[in-house]
Structures are given as C-alpha cells and as structure tokens.
Design a protein around this ligand. Sequence first.
Ligand SMILES: Cc1cc2nc3c(=O)[nH]c(=O)nc-3n(C[C@H](O)[C@H](O)[C@H](O)COP(=O)(O)OP(=O)(O)OC[C@H]3O[C@@H](n4cnc5c(N)ncnc54)[C@H](O)[C@@H]3O)c2cc1C
Length: 526
Amino acid sequence: MDDALIIGAGHNGLVCAWALAKAGLKVRVLERRPVVGGACVTEEFAPGFRNSTASYTVSLLAPEIIREMELARHGLKLVLRPEANFLPCEDGRYLLAGTRTAAEFAKFSEQDAAALPRYAAMLERIAGALRMLSRRTPPPGTASLADLPGLLVAAREIRALAPADRQALLRLVAGSAAEFLDGWFESEPVKALFGFDSIVGTWASPFMPGTGYVLLHHVFGEVNGVKGAWGHALGGMGAITQAMRAACAAAGVTIETDAPVARVLVVDGRARGVETADGQIRPARILVANVGPKLLFGHLVAPEHQPETLRQGIKGFRTGSASFRMNVALSGLPRFSALPEPGPHLASGILLGPSLAWMDQAFSDSVACGMARAPVVEMLIPSLLDSSLAPPGFHVASLFAQHFAPRLPVGRPWDEAARAKAADLVLEVVERFAPGFRKLVVGELALSPADLEARFGLVDGDIFHGAMRLDQLWAARPLLGMGSYATPIAGLWLCGAGAHPGGGVSGLPGRNAARAILAARRQGRA
Ligand SMILES: Cc1cc2nc3c(=O)[nH]c(=O)nc-3n(C[C@H](O)[C@H](O)[C@H](O)COP(=O)(O)OP(=O)(O)OC[C@H]3O[C@@H](n4cnc5c(N)ncnc54)[C@H](O)[C@@H]3O)c2cc1C
C-alpha cells in the first residue's frame, strides 16, 4: 500500500509528491493525461511548432522550490524578458514598460511618472507581506482555537506594514483595481498597463470589487531574483514540470500517466484510496487531491460521503475565469502600427486593451452575449527568446484573451462554431494593432473555456481552480474549515490551486500542503 497517493500530476501535485517522498513516504501520483504538468505543459500544436498550451509565462514559481527540487540541475532554465510590457494605443502612441518605465509614463503624464517610484515601492512592500503569507499554512477557518496560531502569524505580517500600506492593502483586497489605480495615476494607458493584471483569469470588470486582489496576486513573484518580473522557461512552461518530474523520479516517486481516477474510496468516513477508470483499486493511507475542489467533490467523491455543508459550500464555490487561449504559428513577426520595426517590445508581454474602459466593455459584452466583441489580449512571442519552439525563420505566439463566458447565454454550446467565432474576435484585436497579422498565421490552436475543462479538468475553464476573490482566499480557500489543506473527509487533503495561495504556477499550494500533511502525521492526525 502507498503511504500517499496524489490525484493529478499538475505542478502542485508534483511539488507535493516530491516533498512527501523526501520525508520518507512511499508516494504514487496518478495522472489522467498522457503527459505530466496539467496547465503547466508544452505541446506540439501544429507540425513543427511547440508552445506552452495553457500557462505561458513564469513569475510566481517559488525560488525555494526551484532550489530544493534542484530544478536547474534537472534542466530548467528561466530567462527574463528584455522589456516587461508593450502596450500599443489606438492613436499610434505606446507604452514600453521595463528598462525605462518612468520616461515612458512621462510621455502620457509627468504626474504618473513622478508617482511611479512611490507606487512601485508601496506595491513591493505589500507584495512582500503577501509573499510571506503565501508560504504559511492559513488557519483552517473553523472559528475555533485552532485558528489562533495562523491568525497570529497573519496579524504579525500585517502589523509590520506601515499604516499607509495597511490601508492600501485593505483597498486592494476589498476594492476595485480601477478605484485603486485612480488614486495613483491619471493616464489611461498607464492604468491599463497595471489594470491588465487585475482581470487576467478573472471574469470581472476592473471596476468591480475584488479585482484589486487579483492585481496584487500577479506581482508577488520573481524571476532569477528580480522581484515582480515575468519571464520565460526555455522549452516552454512544460520545462518546469518536466524538471519536476525528473526531481520526483530521483526522490523515488512513482508517476503513472494515462491513469484517470474515477472515484475516491471512502469507508467509515475515511478516504482509503481510489478506483481508477479501468476499475483498479489503489489503496493509500493518505490521499491528496491536486485536482480542483469542484472536480474533486463534484465528480470524484460520492455525495453520500460529503457532509451537507460541504456539498452546499462547493456548489457555491465560484469557478469560471472567462479565458480563451490560443497558440499561433507565424511565418514572420508582426508589425505593430505604433512601433512597426522589430525590437525588444516584441519579446515583452504585449498588452492589447489600452484602457480600463476597454476591459470593462469586454466584461459587459461577455455577460450580455457570452463573448467580448473586443477582447483584452496578452500576446507573447516566446520563440524570440527560445529557438526550440519553431523552425528557423518562423515563430510561435501565445494569445491569452479575456472575456469569454464559461457558459454561453441561452444554453448555446461552446461548439466548433463558437470556438471559431471567439478565435476570430481575438485575431481581430491583434489585427487592429498589428495590421497584416492574420496573414502571418500558418497554424493555430484555440481553446475555449469548455476546451480547457475537457483538456485539463479545469471546471468551467477556471485557470485558478476557483475565483481568486476575498471570500475564496486564505483560510476560506476553498471553503472556511478547509484552509489548512485538510478536508472534512479524514485522510483526504488538497494540494492544488484551489487551496491557499491559489492559482498560478507557484508550487506553493503543493509545498504548503506537504508540510501540513507531514505535521499532521507527526502528531498522529494523518
Ligand atoms: C489558459 C491558462 C493560462 C494560464 N497562464 C498562466 C501564466 O501565464 N502564468 C501562471 O503562473 N499561471 C497561469 N495559469 C494558471 C496556472 O497554470 C494554474 O493555476 C496552475 O497550473 C494550476 O496548477 P495545479 O497543479 O494546481 O493544477 P493543474 O495544473 O490543473 O493540475 C491538475 C492535474 O490533475 C489532472 N487530473 C484531472 N482529473 C484527473 C483525474 N480524474 N485523475 C487523475 N488526474 C486528473 C489534470 O490532468 C492535471 O494534470 C494559466 C492557466 C491556464 C489554464
């Protein structure tokens, strides 16, 4: 019998498996797909063209995980973008943030350029507190004495912030990104540059409360020691999980692919193992779910084993990030009207959606008719940094677009026609800023929210396993009572993005969960 069995070989499942194996446990991972990595994977999408299929850029991955798992030794190499972001405007101007951001802001507003250093420093101080909390086990959220240690840790982190930073943190966590940014900047492109982070993977307008936290969630990472930076994993995001797979193998973890779990076996209120889709029973002392809470409790644990509060709570757990993901193979590089010649801007995160109003309209459209008429798109051309992805002379681009409703109105399915329509809307936005782009496309993969669910098991296509909003964060992620990775079913734990600190390729839910499981084991509770 295995000591621990992990359902899913997403990056968090691999991190958790590695940590448990390093502590001496006999660990097995069962993965539904033929390849490990979940939403952190590289695949061929057109003959000769490879790219990250879902997640496409790295920042949140914890440096201690890179170090502890020796991911560099197992082949991982991260590189920084030469510039952070390029935001073209429709009037022919542009913002290039990175090496000379203040000067670029000054093109639009001297006041915004002057505010930038104070804003960046404030955000980094708050991100620092968040970074610490992201590495701690939250209180379970049971409103009992068990919550006390976790509450004290959080209180200490927050007390260490200056009063003005505490105020800003409160505004970010509870308020809208638009209001927050209004308090700092006046220029629309500047606000759009920062505001993009507040709606990425989040079905919301930047004017809605809760989007402030999403903005914050995207700045607590780092690449190669550069805080807040986003970068590229050579070989695509799958290089991260392939290195993790190698680290797991070296630690003695058994990983089985093409091994979908059909149900969790619960006997006398305790999880005892799983049954795979081919009918095999796999007993284990500890069961850890890398799959999201909605998939776990909606499909894998029979309702009769779930307390009523759990069933009801999971029903209300909000999923659906309204994201549409494309990869395109290109016969050449795009020419943006605002900056036509090739340059470092093409290797940055190219943000198409030059105002918060654009993002708001995209959200409103998606509520009214299921699709943003002019989606917000981030485009990356990783082949500029990584020649392994495309044949010489060709390129690949990642297109990550918001907002596309997880379910289309009046029961319209996300079928081929809907997917083609959405892909057309995305390409139309790129064409608007880079005329001639469509003609460069020689191969394409388009994934609707329904495709993301079918391919990766992301319920409602939610890239974070569940919305990152105040009532689904920290001790309340996924539900109050489950903040410390234990579920109400004895022996069943969570280790995926549906647990603290949430979505993104950070590895932290997996690492934190392993630590919580090992602590419980030492105390005879697991
Ligand atoms: C389109 C998209 C773009 C994104 N962009 C970024 C980005 O650029 N940067 C970033 O940091 N984050 C990004 N994210 C978010 C990030 O990728 C995810 O939050 C993160 O990868 C989740 O990791 P995980 O290990 O918790 O879960 P997952 O990666 O979802 O892994 C869960 C695993 O469980 C497996 N599974 C499902 N059902 C079963 C079953 N029945 N039996 C066995 N196995 C099963 C799945 O196949 C999968 O391998 C993006 C996500 C998506 C979808």
